[in-house]
Design a binder for this molecule. Structure first.
Ligand code: NGF
Length: 294
């Protein structure tokens, strides 16, 4: 697979007030993130509120972003859904639209057996020539190490997005699967640790907001500057912990607005904040800024 590395925002979906995908806003956000160092995009994942969207809407986001990116960075499209047939259709669209890779969470809600999950990934990854990035949310406990290794053996599976607060397994998998197999750390609070454990890149929600800060964290890893990297991660974490006291991902829209952007809305049932409801968060972030400037 093309070596897709670095800071990859799990892109939010930007809706207008009537809950339609806001195409102009999406284009502006692509440019904002690219101007601030994004190395790629991960579309229509959970941060992108994909499970509230129709296939047509997901495809519209994919088409819009790919058109706006114009090949400047790679685009990974999350095609996960509960039905294999639905995911295959999304994957085929991603391929035709010019995506660089696809990705998927395992099927969820019902209790699927490991063999069902294996077949799900096999069927989707065989449906297009695109490389597949398996998306493991460790907390969900749907896939164990044995299954992940079996999936990594599938011809089109070339990557793993690994969202966890510990990186022992992830580091082991990187070592075992080799340099051509891309591993992405998916927990923004643990980006520094994930990169130190051998990840090739980071995919996450807060990179919509400040990819620039995370570029600096990755540079610290590259320079083996442990103290510097930890300090920057601590700043990010304080902001993230403050933000996570609010409804997520809708709070991200409010925070993006503070970067001088009109970043649209989340879709119901996600709650949309009035700016006045976020005053406490804004003050907390200012305090964090002052603390670290001192
Ligand atoms: O939202 C989750 C839940 N994780 C995201 C990210 O891994 C999701 C993470 O950035 C993602 O990439 C996607 O949109 O599919 C968190 O929001 C962040 O670390 C704050 O906890 O696992």
């Amino acid at each position: 697979m093309t070596q897709i590395k670095g800071v990859i925002p799990a892109m939010m979906t930007f809706f207008d007030k009537e809950e339609n995908v806001d195409i102009q806003c999406t284009r502006r956000m692509v440019d904002f993130m690219l101007d601030h160092g994004a190395d790629g995009f991960y579309l229509t994942g959970s941060t992108g509120e994909c499970f509230t969207m129709t296939a047509e809407e997901r495809n519209l986001v994919v088409d819009t972003v790919i058109d706006q990116v114009k090949g400047r960075v790679p685009v990974i499209v999350h095609v996960g859904d509960i039905g294999t047939k639905k995911s295959i259709e999304l994957a085929k669209h991603a391929y035709e639209a010019g995506a660089d890779a696809i990705s998927s969470v395992p099927p969820f809600y019902w209790k699927f057996r490991a063999d069902d999950i294996y077949s799900y990934y096999k069927d989707i990854s065989e449906a297009t020539p695109l490389p597949m990035v398996v998306y493991n949310i460790q907390l969900a406990g749907l896939m164990d190490m044995g299954l992940l290794l079996k999936l990594a053996d599938l011809p089109n599976v070339h990557g793993l997005k690994y969202t966890a607060r510990s990186h022992d397994e992830m580091g082991y998998l990187k070592e075992k699967l080799g340099s051509d197999f891309m591993i992405y750390s998916g927990c923004d609070e643990m980006a520094f640790s994930g990169m130190c454990a051998g990840a090739d890149g980071i995919i996450g929600s807060f990179y919509n907001l400040f990819p620039d800060l995370y570029k600096k964290i990755l540079a610290k890893v590259e320079a083996s500057d442990i103290k510097g990297g930890m300090r920057l991660q601590k700043i990010a974490d304080e902001v993230i912990f403050a933000a996570l006291k609010y409804d997520f991902p809708s709070v991200l829209h409010g925070m993006m607005n503070w970067r001088g952007l009109e970043s649209g809305y989340s879709r119901k049932p996600f709650y949309n904040y009035e700016d006045s409801e976020l005053t406490g968060l804004k003050e907390e972030i200012l305090r964090i800024k002052e603390k670290y400037q001192a």
